[in-house]
Write a protein that binds this ligand. Structure first.
Ligand code: ADP
Ligand code: GLC
Length: 487
């Protein structure tokens, strides 16, 4: 089975969030089960030089989209048993960061067309192109239109995974039509048009043969108006082809027994874990104490992650005997808020603004609890990493958080974390308070941690679920449905 992952980020090359973790770990897990899964992504400036150095240029060609003709280099390397391809065009990708440029539409339309062309030079014929999020949403569209009869893609099917429905790649209609080179007949409400504009995500949602998303609960939620981001009707329409498969984590990359960023390796010992806590407190200038509960946050600082609840209750919670460590980057008002609190409460709050993988690992290891009261959460990897590092998650019951964290029940002794239902600041605060209370009850705390530690958060189960999606699609001999090719 040959699967080509088309993605805008993948560990270990480029990462801004969980998509990169998934696109790095799932192909490995598939590989262990006999699937040849390869990954293609843009050659960004920020890919570490040591890794770029391992790639070889295997082809140079021109990518034509609409009236544009652009250079494309194709590079290839095997990293940790997985074959990666990089799409090289310095005009589009030799920039700081991954996203957020005025010409992102053009950059990812180019990338989508480049992937369609690149298979000619790969010496690898995908049975399935597995696309992720809006940046690659046009690939399923191209597969059913312009490339429908292209021998390079003969019999190929597509899978589109929604990692986050909120980011849709919506651009001006004229711009997208001009970039893709499609006329009005192929740009309708049934295809890419979205409220007078154009949507790259719809390219995936309408045209992919199968849709997946990253948890069962999120698969249900996005078919409702509240979570559907304006696409719930389309998702209900496609519900027979939509499946939720919960993410795993790479248990080799995230292993507290074998993590180079930590001072004290540990697996199940809370006392060894707490040595990491003392180190973290020292590193961040907080008073060193094993007994003060430490709540960690490692996150993009965006509304999705529940920061409005965290901000609203922060002062009140600081009245407790507690420490907060926050690592994140994102919206300015959240950044200012945390900086301000770190200034006024230097003994209770430590903040590091930016992206730092090693510090993140030390926080997962050093914190007692991890706060993630998300407004919505397709899956969430941070709570899984926390559980693996014996850190107890405090979450809102939504999406993947709901599917992976069970509230502790003091009567049955079951549960691996703390949770609440409504998106309400005081419900969050009471839940944190309950966690702080139970932290003082050593036996109960050990039980909660042990409940979390005994579960398997790896890709074992979910890799099998993806293989069954791929197999169904390949077995499904039905003629490819195609759309007219226009220019
Ligand atoms: P999302 O993809 O929505 O951001 P996830 O929980 O799925 O959320 O994945 C986030 C990933 O990014 C985790 O691996 C988390 O540890 C990491 N991460 C988020 N912010 C930072 C940061 N500032 N520094 C280092 N790692 C971060
Ligand atoms: C998105 C979601 C997150 C999910 C990740 C990987 O970034 O916000 O919940 O875990 O993708 O699928």
């Amino acid at each position: 089975m040959n699967i080509l992952f088309a993605t805008s980020e993948a560990v270990p090359l480029a990462k801004t969030g969980g998509l990169a973790d998934v696109a790095g770990a799932l192909p490995k897990a598939l590989g262990k089960r006999g699937v040849d899964a390869r990954v293609v992504l843009p050659k960004y400036e920020e890919i570490p030089a040591a890794l770029v150095g391992r790639f070889q240029l295997i082809a140079k060609f021109t990518v034509s989209f609409s009236w544009r003709n652009q250079y494309c280099g194709l590079l290839k390397a095997e990293l940790d048993g997985i074959t990666y391809y990089l799409i090289d065009n310095e005009f589009y990708f030799k920039r700081k960061g991954l996203y957020g440029y005025g010409d992102d539409a053009e950059r990812f339309v180019f990338f989508s067309f480049a992937v369609m062309e690149a298979v000619r030079y790969m010496d690898f014929k995908p049975d399935i192109v597995h696309c992720h999020d809006w940046q690659t949403g046009l690939i399923p569209f191209l597969l059913k239109t312009r490339y429908a009869y292209d021998p390079a893609w003969a019999n190929a099917k597509s899978v589109f995974t929604i990692h986050n429905l909120k980011y849709q790649g919506v651009f001006g209609r004229e711009l997208l039509q001009d970039l893709i080179g499609v006329g009005n007949d192929l740009f309708t409400y049934e295809t890419l048009e979205f409220h007078g504009a154009g949507s790259c995500m719809k390219g995936g949602l309408v045209f992919a043969d199968k849709l997946t998303t990253v948890s069962g609960s999120y698969a249900d939620e996005i078919q409702t108006e509240y979570y559907g981001e304006g696409l719930d009707a389309l998702l209900r329409h496609r519900s027979a082809d939509l499946v939720g498969i919960v993410n795993g984590i790479d248990d080799e990359l995230f292993d507290p027994m074998n993590d180079a960023a930590l001072h004290f390796p540990y697996r199940s010992s809370l006392s060894r874990k707490r040595k990491n806590k003392l180190e973290l407190q020292r590193e961040l200038g907080l008073p060193q104490s094993e007994s003060i509960p430490l709540i960690g946050i490692v996150s993009r600082l965006v509304e999705q992650k529940g920061f409005d609840l965290i901000l609203r209750t922060f002062e009140e919670l600081l009245q407790e005997d507690v420490q907060f460590v926050v690592l994140g980057a994102g919206e300015g008002h959240y950044e200012h808020f945390f900086n301000d609190k770190a200034y006024w409460y230097p003994d209770k709050v430590a903040v590091w603004l930016g992206y730092d993988d090693r510090l993140a690992r030390r926080i997962y290891a050093g914190a007692d609890m991890f706060a993630m009261p998300s407004k919505f959460e397709p899956c969430g990897l941070s709570q899984l990493i926390s559980l693996r590092y014996l850190t107890v998650p405090i979450v809102r019951e939504t999406g993947g958080l709901r599917d992976t964290v069970q509230a502790y029940n003091e009567f049955t002794g079951e549960g691996n974390g703390f949770s609440f239902t409504n998106y309400n600041a005081h419900d969050y605060m009471h839940t944190v308070r309950r966690a702080l209370e139970l932290y003082r009850d050593e036996e109960a705390w050990k039980q909660i941690v042990a409940n979390g530690a005994k579960e398997d958060y790896s890709w074992n189960r979910s890799a099998k679920a993806y293989i069954s999606v791929y197999s169904q699609l390949i077995a499904d001999g039905k003629e490819k449905e195609t759309w007219p090719v226009t220019s």
